[in-house]
Design a protein around this ligand. Sequence first.
Ligand SMILES: Nc1nc2c(ncn2[C@@H]2O[C@H](COP(=O)(O)OP(=O)(O)OP(=O)(O)O)[C@@H](O)[C@H]2O)c(=O)[nH]1
Length: 809
Amino acid sequence: MANEKDTKSSFVGIIKHSDVEKPAKTDESDTNTGASEKKPKKKVVVVKKAVKKKQKPDISSKEEKEEVKTSSVVEQKNTTPDTVKKETQKNKNVSDRKVDKPSGNANDNRRPFRRGQGSGGQSSGRRPYSNRGGAQGQGRGPRQEQDKNQGGADNQRAGSGSKYRFKRPKPSVAPPPQQDASKIRQVKDKKKEYYKKDKEQEQEEKLLALARKKKKIETNPVPKEIDITEAITVSELARKMNLKASSLITKLMSMGMMVTINQQIDADTATILAEEFGCKVNVVSLYDETVIEKEQDSEDSLRGRAPVVTIMGHVDHGKTKLLDAIRSANVAEGEFGGITQHIGAYQVNLPQGKITFLDTPGHEAFTLMRARGAQVTDIVVLVVAANDGVMPQTVEAINHAKEAKVPIIVAINKIDLPEANPDRVKQQLSDYGLLPEDWGGSTLFCEVSALKRKGINELLETILLQAELLELKTNYDCRAEGRVLESKIDHGRGSVATVLVQRGTLKIGDPFVAGVYSGKVRAMFDDHGKRVDKAEPSTPVEILGCDGVPEAGDPFQVTENEKLARQVSVKRQELKKLEESKNVKKITLDNLYDSIQDGEILELKVIIKADVHGSAEAIKTALEKLSTREIRLSAIHAAAGAVNESDVRLASASNAIIIAFNVRPTNQASVLAEKEKVEIRKYNIIYDVVDDIKAAMEGMLSPDIKEEVIGLVEVRDTFKVPKIGTIAGCFVLNGKIKRKSEVNIIRDGVVIHTTRVSSLKRFKDDVREVDAGYECGIGLEGFNDIKVGDQFEVIEKKEVAKTLSEEKE
Ligand SMILES: Nc1nc2c(ncn2[C@@H]2O[C@H](COP(=O)(O)OP(=O)(O)OP(=O)(O)O)[C@@H](O)[C@H]2O)c(=O)[nH]1
C-alpha cells in the first residue's frame, strides 16, 4: 500500500500542475470504469482526443503547456518498456487516472466525451499499433528519445509523436478499456466485414445474373432455320426467332414498314426480315401439319368400288325426272312413288353392281365441290333433251366436266317426243369433242325417256361399263376417308353430316375429323334412313357425332384415336382463321404479268360470255392466238348469255378471268365474284379485249379509265312526249342516277346501247340526281327505243393508275 501511495504521489507530483480537479475526475473515472465497461472506453478516446488537441501548435495557455509537458513526461516514463511494465503492474488505476488528467477542466470534460462518442472509429482504427504490443512500442522508444531532445518546431513533432507514444503503452497500462475497445473493434470489424461481404455478395450476384443472362442468350440464340405458314403475326415470328417483337418492329420500320405487334406479315416479308437476323425461313402450309397420315394400300387390299355419278344438263331437259326414274328403277314395285329421299346422295343396286348418285343435279354443286378441292364425281351424265338439243347450260356442263377431267356419258332424253332428233344432238355435241362410239368416237351415248322410264336400265349399264373402264378400286380395310356432301343442325340429333365414304370402311365409334371439326360416329343412317353399323367405299351415309357443322366438300377422315382427331381439329381451325385473314390470290389482268414472271402461272384461263355466240367464238379464237412460249391462253368456256353464278364458280375453281362482252353479270354472280375474288372484265369492242390481254401479258398495262357503276335504274313505264321523244318512268333500284350521267341500257342481261341522260325529272321538276328508292323520269340522248323492264346501268369514269378501263367504247 505504501508503495502504491508512493507511486501515486510521485505520479501526482509530476502531474499536479496539470490537473487541479483531477481527484474528482479520477473518482468519476474510477466509478465509471467499475460501473460500466463502455464508459472507460470512451474516456480512453477522450484522453487521446484531448491530448491530440493539446499537442496542436496553437498551445497558448500555460495550463495547456503544462499539460503537454506532463504528458510528455508521462509518456517518457511510460514508454520506457521497463517502467511501463512496472508501473502498469503496480499502478493500473493510477495510470488510468493520469491518462484522464488532461481532460480535467470543465470544457475538456465535455468535449472529449462528445468527441469520444463520435470518434470511436478513429480510436479503433489506431488500435493495430497498440495491438502490436510492446515490441513495437519498444522499437519506437529510441526515436521517441530523439524526438524529445529536438526543440522548436520539432517539439511539435515530438508532441505528435508523443500522441502515439502515449497511445501505445495504453494497451498495457489500461487493459480493461482496451479489451472493450478491441471488442468494439471486433464488432466493427465484423460489421465492416459484413458490409464488405454484403457488397462482395452483391457484386457477385450481379456478375452471376450477368453470366446467367449471357448464358440464356447463348442457349437461346436466333435459330438458323424456322418454319412459318403463309402469314404470321410479328409477335409469333419474334417468338419463333427468340427475339423481342420490338426488335422486329424496329427492323421493319427501317425497311419502311410500319407494323404493330399483332399485325400479320406475309411469308415474303417474314423471310427478308428473318434473313436480317441470319435466320432462314421455310414456308410450310399449316395444312401440312393437319394432314392425317393415310394407311398404305397393299395390292391385295384393293377391290372394285361403285362409281359416283353426277347428273348435269340444261334447264328443263329432264335431270330431276331422270333421277326419279333411276331411283324408282331401284325400288320394289310396291314402293313406287312412295319412296322418300333421305339424303343428298343415294345408291342403286343392280345385279351387275352398285352406282352412287349425287342427288344435287346440275353443275352448281359439282363445281362448288371442285372449288373446295373435292373431286367426288367419277362420271358425269349429261342430259340433253332430244327435242331441244345443245343449249348454253349444256355447253357449260361440258366445260365443267372437261375442266375436272371427268368422263361424260350423254343421256339423250325425251326421246318419246315426236320432235325428238337424237342425231342432231349427236351432231351438235361432236362440235364439243363428244363423238359417239358409232361415229368413231369414245363417248358413250344413251337414248332415254325419263317420263316413260325407257332406256333407264341401259343407261345404268352404260354407267357401270364406263366405271369398269375407269377401274375404280380402293381399300376396304383401312381407316375410312371420304367427303362431306352436306351438313346441318338437326333438332334433337345435333350436327348431322352426309358423308360419302371413298376409302376404307366407316364404323360406329370411329373417331374422325370432318373439315375443321372432330367427332366420334355415334350413329349412322343409309340413304333410306335405315340405321347401319358400317359404310363401305362409295356409300353415302348420314352420321351423328360431329362437334360442329362441316362444309360441303370438306374432307372426312377417321383417325387412330380421339385425341389425335381433336388435335388435328384444333390445328385446322387455326388454319381456317389464317386463310380467312389473308386474301386469296386470284389471277387478274393487273397481276397477270407478275404472275407470269414469277412462274406462278403457265396458262391463262378465260371464260368468255358474250351477247351472241358468234362474238364469243370470235373472241375465243382471237385470244387463243395470243399464246406464247411462256404462257398458254385457253378459253375454258365461251358462250352466249349473261355472266351467271356457274361461270363465276367455274372461274373460281379454275383460277380464270371472265370476259363479259356486251353482257353483264347477274346480281348473284356479281356477289359471288366479289366473294370469290374472280375478275369480271366488261368490254364492248373485241379489239379492246385482245389489246388488253396482250398488254397485260406483256406487263404493259398503262393507267387508264376505270368505269364505276354508281347506280341501277329499272324502267317501269314509258311515255311518248312530242318533240322530245320517249321518256322512261323509272325506279332507282340502287345507288343513284345523275343528270348527264352515262348509262348502259341493258335488256335481258345484254348491253344494247350506251348513251347519256338528257333529262332527269322528279314529277315536273328537273333534278340533279335521284337516289335509290325513288321514282323519276329519264330521257336519253339519241335513244327512244326504251322498253319496260330495261335497266339503266349508271356509270362514272375515273382515271386509275395501272388499271384498265373495264369497258371501252
Ligand atoms: N316428254 C317428256 N318429258 C320429260 C321427260 N323428262 C322430263 N320431262 C319433262 O320436262 C320438264 C322438266 O323436267 P325436269 O326433270 O324438271 O327438268 P330439270 O332438268 O330437272 O329442270 P330444272 O330442275 O329446272 O333444271 C318436266 O315437265 C318433265 O315432265 C321425258 O323423258 N319426256
